[in-house]
Design a protein. Sequence first.
Length: 132
Amino acid sequence: LDTRRKVGGYKGYFVQYKNECVYTTWISTMKLGPPAGLYHSNLPEGFAVLEDSWCVPDMRGKGMHKYMNQFRLLALKEDGFEYVIAIVKSDNSPALKVQMDCGFKVVDSFFYGKFLGLFFSTYKKNVTEYNL
């Protein structure tokens, strides 16, 4: 959190329910972070990335991620962004369904990992792109 604040180019959002943070999510407008950032660190002009959404287990399945996706997409469109990228682990079918329901399409997949301090491919990810 502190690193993102210092680096800049990130917007963070959270949902509070009964005085507790139950959902957090981010937008990056400058960098495509790990794991994809291993390959493409700077975003092209007009691109943004939906990053690191997290929800407490009790609140999952209640439509919060879809709502926050729509909120972030609208904010990006209002800020003049043309393309949005989302990265979803291939085994996270609920998150992939939400992205697809929000208009994203799968455009690529890749692998990543780390062993003895060196990056290598291990996990399949789905890269989804949304054209605003």
